[in-house]
Structures are given as C-alpha cells and as structure tokens.
Design a protein around this ligand. Structure first.
Ligand code: HEC
Ligand code: HEC
Length: 244
C-alpha cells in the first residue's frame, strides 16, 4: 500500500483510512477527493501566484498514449503513482516530484504540504490515473551541453510548433492567443539577442532555452525539454520553421 511513496505518513493514514472506513457504507470520500484533485490538476489557481497561468494539465497528459498534436515537456502522468521514482531518479517521493513542478513552473510560493486537503486530493487523482500496481520509471535525459542541430523541414516544424510551443507562446509573429503575456513572441524575441548575447548565433540561444527551460542559470518559468520529450530532429524542424 506504499504505492507511490507519497512521502508523509499523515497523508496515507488520512487517505487510506477513509477508504477503509468507507467499506461499510458511504465510502464516497476518496472518489470525491479524486474528483476534486482532477479539478485542481486542471486549474492554474492551484498556485497562489497571480503571475501563474499554468496548470498541471498545461504540461502533462494523463492518457497511456500521447494524443496526436501534443508534444509536452512533461511526461504523461498515466501510472505515475505506480513508478518507483521520478525526475530520472532524482525524486523518490511523489509529492516532492510534484512540488518540483509546482515551485519551479507554477510559481508556487510555498510547497504543497502532505496534510493539506489539496495535496490529498491530488494524490487521490494521481492514484486513480495509475491503474497498474507497478510501472517502470521513465527515462529523463537532460541535454546539458548545447550543440547546434541540423535544420529540418519547415512543414514538420510548423506541426512541432503547434504541438509544443503554441499553447504558451500563441501564434508566431503576434503571440495571439498566448497563455501568458510573459511568453515571448517567437521568433521576434531573437531580434534582441545581438544586444543581449553578442556574438552568439540566435538559434543557439533558442536551443538552449528549449533544452534548459528555466534551469542552468537561464531563468524564467519555461519548462525544459528532455531528449525524450523533444528529439533533435523535431527541434531542427522547428528552427527551420522559425527561420533560425
Ligand atoms: C510548465 C510545465 C509543467 C507544469 C505546469 C507541471 N509540470 Fe510536472 N513536469 C514537467 C517536466 C518538464 C517534468 C520532467 C520531465 C520528466 O521527468 O520526464 C515534469 C515531471 C513531473 C513528474 C515526474 C514524472 C516522472 O515520472 O518522472 C510529476 C509527478 C509531475 N511532473 C507532476 C506534476 C503535477 C501534479 C503538476 C501540477 C501541480 C505539474 N507536474 C505541473 C513540467 C511541468
Ligand atoms: C508551458 C509554457 C511554455 C511552453 C510549452 C513553451 N514556452 Fe517558451 N517561454 C515560456 C515563458 C513563460 C517564457 C518567458 C519566461 C522564461 O523565459 O522562462 C518563455 C520564453 C521563451 C523564449 C525566450 C527566452 C529569452 O529569454 O529570450 C524562447 C526562445 C522560447 N520560450 C522558446 C520556446 C519554444 C521554441 C517552445 C516550444 C518548443 C516553447 N518555448 C515552449 C513558456 C513556454
């Protein structure tokens, strides 16, 4: 019953306790909690920051197969509670893995605590979308050293842009429909790069942003794309489409 290693005993005691007590009658509490968790999963207001526009669902699908037309930085969370560890083995408690996203991408000010009703509800939801008893940990390969990639077909690149970038950045050249005003207009943002990053090819700055997101001193709140999330071939096609 330690499934998912959701760290704190208090949470497990609460969640499982109510499930067991519920056997005799009622028993709706975990279901209601899972429903509430699903609502939280899809709601950017889970974060207490007024600058945040991301929900968990912005970056994660919950289905076994990724639907066509979506390329997300985050992996599918189907079976997430059945995995032995997360973030390429860096996190061994599910709530810590969630808080990594919550604090770094959703501008959560203080982490979600295990005893909070919100955390318990999220856990019930993540358990519900984890039907298997065990599932393998996912590979997560961070591209640390940035290298140029061969440019690919612009038509494919447009499809990659729509699937990977458009939800947050909106339409190219205008940003129309973007999720947040903070997301730069692509590729126009690169016009600043001669001043900001003199001597560095524009494409290289973009590759670094995509591969490192807010990390490795880059800053911001954009998620990084691992090799598993985005191949160099798709990245090269995207750069071709953006004319970089
Ligand atoms: C802005 C994008 C973004 C948001 C928002 C986000 N995540 Fe993530 N998440 C990621 C990325 C990127 C990874 C790391 C990719 C990897 O481990 O393969 C990740 C990894 C995870 C993992 C570890 C998966 C694994 O098996 O290694 C969990 C669990 C997770 N996220 C849950 C959540 C939950 C729950 C929320 C909402 C509270 C959330 N995330 C919000 C991008 C995001
Ligand atoms: C979950 C939302 C999200 C997704 C998906 C996303 N971005 Fe971003 N991106 C942002 C935000 C927010 C910023 C501004 C804050 C920052 O720099 O992190 C940004 C900034 C950028 C910048 C400007 C960096 C700078 O400082 O000049 C580039 C370039 C960029 N994104 C490229 C991309 C590309 C290419 C994709 C698709 C592969 C993509 N982004 C997907 C949210 C996103």
């Amino acid at each position: 019953m330690k499934r998912g290693h959701w760290s704190m005993a208090a949470l497990l005691a609460g969640a499982l306790g109510s499930a067991l007590v519920g056997c005799g009658g009622g028993g709706d509490e975990p279901v209601a909690a899972a429903d509430f968790g699903e609502t939280l999963f899809q709601d950017a207001r889970l974060s207490d920051s007024t600058f945040n526009r991301f929900s968990c669902a912005t970056c994660h699908v919950t289905t076994p197969e990724t639907p066509a037309g979506r390329i997300d930085s985050g992996p599918s969370l189907y079976n997430v509670a059945a995995r032995p560890d997360w973030w390429g083995g860096d996190e061994t408690h599910l709530l810590d893995a969630v808080n990594f996203c919550y604090l770094n991408f959703m501008r959560g000010v203080t982490k979600l605590e295990a005893e909070e009703p919100r955390s318990r509800a999220l856990y019930e939801y993540l358990s519900r979308i984890s039907p298997d008893a065990q599932a393998p940990a996912l590979p997560f390969t961070v591209v640390k050293d940035i290298e140029d990639v061969p440019r690919g077909d612009a038509v494919r690149g447009e499809a990659v842009y729509r699937a990977a970038c458009q939800n947050c950045h909106g339409a190219t050249h205008t940003g129309e429909g973007r999720l947040t005003e903070l997301a730069s207009v692509l590729p126009e943002v690169t016009q600043e790069y001669d001043r900001l990053f003199p001597g560095i090819p524009h494409a290289r700055v973009v590759i670094e942003k995509v591969r490192h997101g807010a990390f490795f001193g880059v800053g911001g709140s954009m998620p990084p794309y691992s090799r598993e999330a985005l191949s160099d071939a798709d990245l090269g096609a995207l750069l071709g489409y953006l004319g970089l």
